[in-house]
Design a protein around this ligand. Structure first.
Ligand code: NAD
Ligand code: 44H
Length: 459
């Protein structure tokens, strides 16, 4: 067995200036990589906390935060050891979290905790009925430095600690696939802050910059072959390697009052408004991903490249892209180039991006990836066939077709989708977008498609 990957005695970890929650694969393939490649990256270390379970921190701590990023091109792999993660902590290490947030040198908090991790209620604000949120409210009212469990709870606790320590201004930069992710975080943090201490809100308004970002780099779950490859190629044991694709984009809008790495020198686009980029990515890439995640397994496919090689699936995806294009505020030639890049990215056979990864938490994703297209196209009097297939495939998935359901709100949505298919489609559409449930032509198209998925007549 080879030696464990770790820093040599002369290799100093960069000083911590970023605190991150969600030590998953994507953070390690994306934000940590950009930070390392920034011209001033040697001055920007990241203290990364797991979101819930401690395993990722346990794997990375003996490696001093180092891990190998395997970039899987269609022809071969490139390996690189990422050095920007200076410290790793389990989610439960709340004292360490507060200490970083008190430190004026820490200028940015980033998050990758999935769409569900922000705990939004039906109106987009904090879900104040959620048991974990309620528990955090009680805890923080009792003792602002006591351990809390939710992401909004941790951010609020950190801001309370920073205010008390006079740590100064800071940026919170979410990196999850959510439109207006900065606004989303700003809202849940303020909602929670108001329940703990109304005096916190003016401090937040003055000192906290909620920045937004569009993030893009397809990063599949990691299998054992990745560690075997690292061992073979680099001659070290790495308990936490990550595999990703060559393509990468990060578009960021924020004020960064306490500073930030020179991310633009590593290819990050700093803009005033991320919305057009975000919309393009969510409707085209993520919309197609979700369509394939529900429809692909019904047709016998396990991975994105297998599904995309199926002529029927590809036709649906192209149709979905046609449907979405009308609602994009991006020049037509950019959309054409983006679609062409997606065709290549989805066809990369070496990624082995399993559809089950993408299928999780559809209840958080369809409202963002498909409902805007359904609304816009129905408003224009057209029937968007691609979005119809995506919704129908999700309904069939909730009813037992394809990969097993894994969703934070599985019980509620499976209940809505159960029983008579016409009623099921009406209920699911009504919950996704009440205005769409009254649309008989749309309902009929979705019902037809659900029936063909369930009867196997797609083949
Ligand atoms: N993987 C990708 O291709 C990709 C690309 C762009 C954006 N993203 C964004 O990154 C997120 C994470 O993807 P990943 O590939 O790193 O997944 P992952 O499974 O490797 O990591 C998920 C991370 O989220 C944390 N988490 C999950 N639920 C949480 C909760 N309720 N509260 C707190 N933390 C929670 C986990 O602890 C873990 O750290 C995605 O949901 C997406 O929004 C992923
Ligand atoms: O990460 P999620 O769960 O929001 O969505 C699943 C995929 O669509 C997503 O991870 C893409 O791979 C990613 O957004 C590409 O940048």
């Amino acid at each position: 067995m080879s030696e464990r990957l770790s820093r040599r005695p002369d290799e100093v970890a960069p000083p911590v200036r970023i605190a991150h929650i969600g030590l998953g694969n994507f953070f390690r393939a994306h934000q940590a990589w950009y930070t390392m490649h920034a011209a001033d990256g040697a001055g920007w270390g990241i203290a990364a906390f797991t979101g819930r379970r401690p395993e990722a921190a346990r794997a990375l701590a003996p490696q001093d935060g180092l891990y190998t990023l395997v970039v899987r091109g269609p022809e071969g792999d490139e390996l690189e050891v990422v050095t920007s993660v200076s410290a790793v902590h389990a989610a439960a290490d709340h004292a360490a979290w507060l200490e970083y947030l008190r430190d004026p040198a820490v200028a940015v908090v980033t998050t990758t905790v999935t769409e569900a991790g922000y705990l939004r209620g039906p109106d987009g604000g904090l879900d104040v009925d959620d048991a974990d949120v309620l528990a955090d409210v009680q805890t923080l009212r009792r003792d602002p430095v006591a351990p809390v469990a939710t992401v909004p709870g941790k951010i609020v606790a950190g801001l309370i600690a920073r205010q008390a320590a006079d740590g100064g201004a800071i940026t919170v930069l979410p990196c999850d696939n959510l439109p207006g992710n900065g606004e989303v975080v700003g809202r849940v943090v303020r909602d929670l802050g108001a329940l703990i201490d109304p005096d916190l809100l003016p401090w937040i308004d003055e000192n906290v910059d909620f920045a937004s970002s569009m993030v893009d780099r397809i990063t599949p779950a990691v299998g054992p072959e990745t560690a075997e490859l690292v061992e073979r190629e680099l001659g070290v044991t790495d308990a936490a390697p990550v595999a990703t694709e060559p393509f990468s984009e990060w578009v960021v809008a924020g004020r960064f009052p306490a500073g930030r790495p020179q991310w633009e020198t590593a290819g990050v686009m700093l803009v005033d408004d991320v919305e057009p980029y975000e919309r393009r990515k969510l409707l085209l890439l993520n919309g197609a991903h979700s369509l394939m995640a529900y429809a692909g397994p019904v047709l016998g496919h396990e991975t994105v490249d297998q599904a995309f090689a199926d002529e029927q699936v590809r036709t649906w995806v192209e149709r979905l892209w046609d449907d979405a294009e009308a609602g994009l505020d991006v020049p037509a030639e950019d959309v054409a180039a983006y679609r062409e890049a997606l065709r290549e990215r989805f066809s990369n056979p070496r990624m082995r991006d399993v559809l089950g990864r993408i299928a999780a938490d559809g209840s958080q994703k369809l409202p963002v990836r498909h409902v805007p297209v359904l609304r816009a196209e129905r408003g224009a009097g057209r029937l968007p066939q691609g979005a119809v297939v995506a919704v129908a495939a999700w309904v069939a998935h909730l009813r037992g077709a394809g990969v097993p359901v894994s969703d934070v709100a599985a019980e509620r949505w499976q209940r809505l989708a159960a029983g008579d298919d016409e009623q099921a489609v009406r209920s699911v559409l009504g919950e996704l977008a009440p205005d769409l449930a009254d649309d008989a032509e749309l309902r009929a198209a979705v019902v037809d498609q659900v029936r063909s998925f369930e009867s196997g007549t797609e083949r």
